[in-house]
Design a protein around this ligand. Structure first.
Ligand SMILES: NC(=O)c1ccc[n+]([C@@H]2O[C@H](COP(=O)([O-])OP(=O)(O)OC[C@H]3O[C@@H](n4cnc5c(N)ncnc54)[C@H](OP(=O)(O)O)[C@@H]3O)[C@@H](O)[C@H]2O)c1
Length: 262
């Protein structure tokens, strides 16, 4: 029996699209794929940042890079993003849905409804929109890989996290549904579920650097690179292997709420 090899760096010229590539996990994922010679499409709202990042990705080894402004909440922005990608490369091998956020940590009774809208519009509807727009191409080309970034919050709710958790339970449901619906199409579907990762996530959530730093006080969180390597692992398996899910937690974090602090 011959074994199918995982992608070797030299054959790793996949076309990879990363949403939320201006920071954190998405940025780290773009870097890892660049190191393996991928062609990259990077999207986020802060295009100035993406321009700077793209220079670094080129140096790391990316074969080609397309920088595109993207707001996953806005249908016309997603449409333009997908059209520009397909016009330039005419194919997509991997879609990493990393664009996402948490907004606020208030109990439901006092939470800000605008925060709810932002989280649902970005984490759920945005991910759905981007995925739906790329799917016909993946189905037609009879290959592709959708990698969604879920969270421990998609399994274990916690106080002050009702809507963020709901959005990540939603990402999990969408991922499983796609896995079922795309059976027989040769398209792979993966969810990567991290625990605490020190990115801009807590700054965006709490709006204050001091409060954000306190989230990780006395414990060792993951960094974007830790999650990016899981993403790349899933993407680099041979075509007959679908990594359905990877849970990746800091050693200091045993559940959504149990965190060891020195
Ligand atoms: N950090 C954690 O502890 C953790 C744990 C589990 C899961 N996650 C998930 O991991 C994903 C990435 O988060 P992160 O930790 O890397 O946070 P981050 O550093 O804040 O990065 C979030 C990225 O999403 C982009 N984004 C936000 N809203 C967007 C929109 N409307 N349209 C397009 N892009 C948008 C941001 O770019 P712009 O602002 O430039 O648009 C940024 O690039 C999220 O889905 C998050 O829920 C994070």
């Amino acid at each position: 029996m011959t074994s199918q090899k995982a992608m070797s760096p030299e054959s790793d010229s996949k076309v990879v699209c990363v949403t939320g590539a201006s920071s954190g996990i998405g940025l780290a994922a773009a870097e890892v794929f660049a190191e393996h010679g991928a062609t990259l499409i990077i999207g986020a709202r802060r295009v100035d940042r993406l321009e700077t990042i793209s220079k670094r990705l080129k140096k790391l080894g990316a074969k080609d890079i397309l920088v595109l402004g993207l707001d996953v909440r806005i249908p016309s922005s997603v449409e333009q993003f997908v059209q520009s990608t397909l016009k330039r490369f005419n194919a997509l091998d991997v879609l990493v849905n990393s664009a996402g956020l948490a907004a606020g940590r208030d109990p439901l009774v006092s939470a800000n409804i605008d925060d709810w809208e932002r989280m649902i519009d970005t984490n759920v509807k945005g991910l759905l929109r981007v995925t739906k727009s790329f799917l016909p191409t993946m189905i037609e080309q009879k290959r592709g890989h959708i990698i969604n970034i879920g969270s421990i919050a998609g399994y274990e709710p916690y106080e002050g996290g009702s809507v963020y958790s709901a959005s990540k339970f939603g990402v999990r449901a969408i991922t499983k549904t796609l896995r079922l619906e795309l059976s027989g199409t040769n398209i792979r579907v993966t969810i990567i579920d991290p625990g605490m990762v020190n990115t801009e996530f807590s700054l965006v959530r709490l709006g204050d650097q001091e409060k954000a730093d306190a989230v990780y006080k006395g414990m060792m969180p993951l960094i974007g690179r830790d999650v990016a390597e899981c993403i790349y692992f899933a993407a680099s398996r041979p075509p007959h292997v679908n990594v359905d899910q990877i849970f990746v937690m800091p050693t200091d974090q045993a559940s959504a709420t149990k965190v060891f602090r020195r």
